[in-house]
Design a protein around this ligand. Structure first.
Ligand SMILES: Cc1ncc(COP(=O)(O)O)c(C=O)c1O
Length: 472
């Protein structure tokens, strides 16, 4: 056990609460983590929505080991290395038709910044330099850099950081529990919310708008599945006004919905896609922007010895990351993991919706292998009920994720029915124990028997701090 935990300022963590009762992980394989004491933890969230093929997969491990021995680093500016090109070729075999250019970054946040800059610069290089405005969406999560939090719509991530980027506007989010609670897959209602983009055009004029960025399925804000026909409508409004459409597929990319990308699942092709996480199965940090060719072509003007796009990172196309990504793509291909989610989606749906009717469950949402179970907040203490569930699950050997009062599930794509059964069993128990004051806005939950805090609270739960909707 660590002697002193003070020096490490942990990201997106309730530091004081954590350090009183640390939750440490020291080994991982397949569907599981292990604590330093040897306790097995079922991974219900693929690490942090990223370990899609499960942990410690041999081809990925070997690819990283071999690459570290062969070449640790190569400068990415004005130089290249074979695996960077090989990986890009492999990736564009997977991307939707026409999306065939790859720009590497080191994270999802950087992929977002890159896409936003690329969009503004694209319009400029083709002579529409007034198109600088960026449109995001309320409740969107696009990482933590300034562009990402500016187009993002999660207040906790924005309020501490000043005035953010100028020239940004937001469409309304699509969460509508009054009409859509307990929808399975895409909800029926809300297609018309895409028309918010028309309102932005009416307000700002299309000639000032560079791009709109959305997560096809919002993950970090609590799993919001797009209403039927919403993304199609967004696409056609973008086309009508010459606005670039960016899908942030950092969570939905690489098989999460049962197809390689959400763009495939919904049949809507954006102009740019941001990816990270599943790109390397979480093993080495890496992100990327996939762009349609016309975007890159627009930059290929001027003298050939000049740099066309003044952007990039020291670790863009890092050899270890490229090797990990190639090992990841091999693993996905060997086991057909990018479509496995479609095969498991029905049993996953049944599993998450079996929690409807438990105390305080006010909504259940799902698509592919992503699920969200929303709980009524404890009055005056938003986020605490879900955080209590998280702590309880951890004690019982299951890792879930919470954001606000929603519990998110996003297991590795190698999940089997037996794991699903364990998830349902552990999570339902924890939700029951986190009962206390039963609050409900729907008849299912209000029919459930109230339970008392005193019979259920765990020691660690007592020290829980207020959790607020945040991130990742
Ligand atoms: C949709 C989306 N975009 C961007 C990010 C940021 O990625 P990273 O944490 O790798 O910077 C995330 C992380 O969860 C995400 O879910």
């Amino acid at each position: 056990m660590q002697k002193n935990l003070d020096a490490y300022w942990m990201p997106f963590t309730a530091n004081r609460q954590f350090k009183q009762a640390p939750r440490l992980l020291s080994r991982a394989e397949g569907m599981h983590f292990w604590t330093p004491e040897g306790r097995q933890i079922l991974d219900g969230i693929a690490g942090l929505w990223c370990v899609n093929a499960g942990h410690a997969r041999p081809k990925i491990v070997k690819a990283i080991q071999d690459q570290a021995a062969e070449m640790d680093f190569a400068p990415p500016f004005q130089m290249g290395h074979p695996k960077a090109f090989e990986l890009a070729e492999r990736l564009v075999e997977l991307t939707p038709q026409g999306v065939n250019r790859v720009f590497y970054t080191n994270s999802g946040s950087e992929a977002v910044e890159t896409a936003l800059k690329m969009a503004i610069a694209y319009h400029r290089v083709r002579g529409e330099g007034a198109r600088t405005r960026l449109i995001g969406r309320e409740r969107g999560y696009h990482g933590v850099n300034f562009g990402g939090i500016s187009v993002g719509g999660i207040v906790a991530n924005r309020k501490m950081f000043g005035t953010l980027l100028g020239g940004v506007d937001h469409m309304r989010h699509t969460h509508d529990p009054a009409r859509n609670a307990f929808s399975k897959g895409q909800p029926e209602h809300g297609e018309e919310l895409a028309d918010d983009l028309e309102r932005m055009v009416a307000l700002h004029d299309a000639s000032t708008i560079a791009a709109v960025i959305v997560e096809p399925v919002s993950g970090s804000t609590g799993v919001l599945v797009p209403p039927k026909r919403y993304l199609e409508r967004l696409r056609s409004i973008c086309d009508k006004h010459g606005i670039l459409l960016i899908f942030d597929e950092v969570i939905t990319g690489f098989g999460r919905l049962g197809s390689p990308f959400a763009a495939d699942h919904f049949g809507v092709t954006p102009d740019m896609m941001c990816v990270a996480k599943g790109l390397t199965n979480g093993a080495v940090p890496m992100g990327a922007v996939f762009a349609k060719q016309f975007i890159q072509d627009a930059f290929m003007n001027g003298p050939e010895h000049l740099i066309e796009f003044f952007h990039g990172y020291t670790y863009s196309a890092h050899p270890l990351a490229c090797a990990a990504a190639l090992g990841t793509l091999d693993t996905y291909a060997d086991e057909q993991l990018l479509t496995r989610g479609a095969k498991m989606a029905k049993s996953f749906e049944n599993a998450v919706h079996s929690m409807q009717g438990l105390p305080n469950v006010i909504d259940v949402r799902n698509i592919g292998l992503v699920g969200g179970i929303e709980l009524a907040p404890i009055p005056g203490e938003p986020g605490k009920r879900a955080f209590n569930v998280f702590l309880d699950c951890w004690e019982k050997g299951l890792l879930v994720r919470t954001t606000g009062d929603t519990i998110a599930l996003s297991p590795p794509l190698i999940i089997e029915d037996s794991h699903l059964a364990q998830i349902v069993d552990t999570l339902s128990g924890a939700i029951r124990r986190a009962g206390g004051h039963v609050q409900s806005s729907n008849h299912h939950a209000s029919a459930a028997a109230p339970i008392h805090v005193s019979e259920s609270t765990h020691a660690a739960v007592n020290t829980a701090v207020r959790a607020t909707a945040h991130a990742a």
